[in-house]
Design a protein around this ligand. Sequence first.
Ligand code: BG6
Length: 502
Amino acid sequence: MIAKTARPADPCSLVIFGASGDLTHRLLVPALYNLGVAGLLPDAFALVGVARSESSSERFREDLAKSLPKFATRKIDNAVVEKLLACVAYVQGGPDDPQTYDKIAQELARIERERKTGGNRLFYLATPPAGFVPIGCHLGESGLAREADGAWRRIIIEKPFGTDLASARALNRKLLGILKEDQIFRIDHYLGKETVQNILVLRFANGLFEPIWNRNHIDHVQITVAEALTVGRRGSYYDATGALRDMVPNHLFQLLSLVAMEPPSRFAADAVRAAKAELLDAVQLETRDEALRNAVRAQYVEGAIDNRAVEAYRATRDVAPDSTTETYVALKLMIDNWRWAGVPFYLRTGKALRTKLTEVAIKFKQAPVAMFRDTPIENLTQNFLVLGIQPNECIGLEFSAKVPGPTISIGGVGMTFKYEDYFEAAPSTGYETLIYDCMIGDAILYPRADGIEAGWHVVQPFMDAWRDAGGHGLATYRAGSDGPSQADRLLAQDGRRWRAIA
Ligand code: BG6
């Protein structure tokens, strides 16, 4: 995480594979620009784009000069843009072609001589996941990723890290055969969100919450990642993936582990990542029958979002007309440790819902004595601590208060802290901290191999049970709704209910 007294990152070259793609233009280069504005990019820096497309360093620089103002999150400062683009180079070549790596080596040798980047290299694999292992192998075999003479060599990859437990293990094994764990940085973009990082600070920089952060005081936890977006043009990726794989073992489990992990002994990458992996290891593994009972999967049918008609998922381009892929999932998970025994964690995520809402809601137990006899206990406001992540970045506490007047009557009230009221946050892409951290070698926000595998371990029984069940048990919900009624029943059978998606 970027400290207030942060220094510029280490001198280095950043080599982006997939440089002509969307991620590079939309997010990575604007993030580098923001780091430049904040004075966190080193003077000795170079950016090398690698892609198949016919281009040159000059053309690549021109392309970036055009796309940066389009995607920048802050006002353009020409001096910073010029400084950033002065050190841009392009290597044309396919990721499977050994010659590509010879060309990269030549380019890096020149840059390291001229710009004095000290031999530090960061390889960003902004490619489809099928490229991770082949590119990693070439980087290993060509010696480009070998650390020597005090220079570091690191790679960044983005989810998906496998498509199930076996493939995640195989990917980790292969990568760890080429590189050391501390050279591999796996991005989960949820950890780039300020409010997600703030979960750590809220829990561990305040004495107030920790004593009540356990089964004695907490009734249950709800984690919601609702999207109003439809599958849109991502039909072929999404139909082979589904809501569970796309969101749960990565983004939702990051939220789950930050909220539920034990306090790490130090605010350091290994301690934090060990605590997160241990938490995921403690999630009760379901049998197939339990998996079917404790999960709801559903697919959206046609409806309307914000008065706009939305076609059914099955009518989406590149989606099979009889697809049984889920676009919504709700799970009930239990955690087998002393802190959380008996406290359900309900997770839900889906596409084409009423609105976008990402939040973690912690429900505290009711007051033990029904003292206000004339006020039925159900009328007491439920005590929720709500960590709002998107679109409103806030922390809210909901509780009961006396309604003014001569009789005792109880009303629900809330206190809300909004980030914007206290801090002036410069709009960011969400990648700044992650890229900067990698450049300074701080992996605190990067999931480690054991955490990734622990996540897949938890979701595997659900995937197995659904694969065997085929379309049987797949519910539907209207686009623009709050999700399927079966998800309401999942909580109702425990005497609870979801918070509204509003
Ligand atoms: C991505 C998923 O990882 O996260 C997408 O592949 C999803 O399907 C996205 O829309 C959600 O990210 P955010 O930051 O908009 O909540």
